[in-house]
Design a protein around this ligand. Structure first.
Ligand SMILES: [Zn+2]
Length: 331
C-alpha cells in the first residue's frame, strides 16, 4: 500500500508524508476512525514507505521491501494479534510487542507494530504498552488503530500522535466507484451517500448484492406507501424483521436518504442534489405532493424507530408503526 493509492484523507497523508520526509515522525500513533474507513491502509502505507529502499516520501512499490510489505510478509512489520475475540490482553502485548521490539530490525532501519482494534486492549494491556511507548527504541514505531480513541488511558493518549479520520467527500467516493468499479452514475451516488464518507464501506456496498436488494425493497415501499393498506404494511414489516439478510438500520438509512431527496428537491428544485437519480420523476412528484410538516414527521418517526430498535422494543411493531407513519404523511 502506498499513500498515492489512498483516496481522500489528504491532511493525514500530508502530515505523515511530511514527517517521513523530514525524518521527524513519532514513535506512537493512534489512528481513529470508524470501521473500514482506511485506518489500516494508512498505517500500512506509512510502514511500507519508511521501509522502502528508495527512501522517498511514498512507497515505490517496486523494491523487494515494498513487495514484502504488500504481501504482508515483511519481517519488520508486525501485526499484533489477539487470542481472545473481544480483548487484547497483557500477554498479547508482552509477547508480541514489548518483548519483540527490543530485538533490532531484521532487514531494515525500522520495526513497525500495528495493533488493530486497539480499543479492545484491557487496562493491564495498556499499562504494559505504556512502558514501551514511554521509551521506545529509536527504530520502533507503533500504530494503534481504533474505532474509539476515548477508550484509551489518558497516559496512552498523551504519548501518541492522534490522527482522526475525517469522512471522505462524497463526490470523490462517487467518482471512484464509477471509474474503478464501473458502477452506473445513480448507483454510485446512492452508495456514496450511504457510506457517509467511509470509503471502505462504499466499496463493500458497491459489491454487495444484498445491499442492492435492500435498496430496491425500500424504494419499492416508498413509491407505493400511500396506497398500501394496513394489512400489506403489516406484512412488509414482518418480512423486514424476520429476514436474515436485511439490516433494519441500513433500511432506515436508505429511507432517510430518500426523504432527504424529497425535501431537498422541494426546497431547491435542483435535480443535481438528488441522490436517487434513477427515481427522479417520483422524487419530484412526491416533493410536490408532500408537505414540509409531513416530511418532518417522517424524519422524526425514523429517529424514534431507531431508538426503539436499539432499546430492543418489539421490532415488528416498531417497524410497522414507522411504515404506517410514512404512509400517513405521504398524502
Ligand atoms: Zn519500495
Amino acid at each position: 500500500m502506498s499513500f498515492s493509492e489512498i483516496q481522500g484523507q489528504t491532511d493525514i497523508k500530508a502530515h505523515l508524508q511530511s514527517a517521513i520526509q523530514h525524518n521527524k515522525f513519532s514513535h506512537a500513533y493512534i489512528i481513529s476512525g470508524e470501521k473500514d474507513s482506511g485506518k489500516m491502509m494508512l498505517a500500512e502505507a506509512f510502514a511500507q514507505t519508511i521501509l522502502c529502499e528508495e527512501g522517498g516520501d511514498d512507497a515505490c512499490g517496486e523494491c523487494q521491501s515494498c513487495h514484502q510489505a504488500a504481501g504482508h510478509n515483511h519481517p519488520d512489520i508486525h501485526y499484533v494479534l489477539h487470542e481472545k475475540l473481544n480483548s487484547i490482553g497483557i500477554d498479547d502485548i508482552r509477547t508480541q510487542l514489548n518483548n519483540d521490539i527490543v530485538i533490532k530490525p531484521y532487514s531494515s532501519k525500522y520495526k513497525i507494530y500495528i495493533v488493530d482494534e486497539a480499543e479492545k486492549m484491557t487496562e493491564q494491556a495498556q499499562n504494559a504498552l505504556l512502558k514501551t511507548i514511554e521509551e521506545p527504541p529509536e527504530y520502533g514505531v507503533i500504530f494503534l488503530l481504533t474505532t474509539s480513541a476515548t477508550t484509551f488511558l489518558p497516559t496512552i493518549l498523551s504519548r501518541c500522535v492522534l490522527l482522526d479520520l475525517k469522512p471522505v467527500n462524497q463526490d470523490i467516493i462517487k467518482r471512484e466507484l464509477m471509474h474503478k468499479h464501473g458502477m452506473p452514475d445513480y448507483q454510485a451516488e446512492v452508495c456514496a451517500a450511504f457510506s457517509q464518507g467511509n470509503f471502505g464501506k462504499a466499496i463493500k456496498l458497491a459489491e454487495s448484492q444484498e445491499f442492492n436488494e435492500l435498496k430496491n425493497t425500500m424504494v419499492d415501499f416508498v413509491k407505493r406507501a400511500a396506497s398500501q393498506g394496513v394489512y400489506e404494511i403489516n406484512e412488509i414489516a414482518t418480512e423486514l424483521v424476520k429476514s436474515e439478510t436485511v439490516n433494519i438500520q441500513d433500511y432506515l438509512d436508505l429511507m432517510t436518504i430518500w426523504f432527504k431527496d424529497v425535501l431537498l428537491y422541494k426546497s431547491t428544485g435542483d435535480n443535481k442534489l438528488v441522490t436517487y437519480q434513477d427515481e427522479i420523476m417520483i422524487i419530484k412528484r412526491q416533493s410536490a405532493e408532500m408537505s414540509f410538516e409531513g416530511l418532518e414527521n417522517i424524519f422524526k418517526a425514523i429517529d424514534t424507530c431507531r431508538k426503539r430498535l436499539s432499546a430492543n422494543v418489539n421490532s415488528n411493531l416498531t417497524v410497522e408503526l414507522l411504515l404506517m407513519e410514512v404512509k400517513e404523511n405521504m398524502i
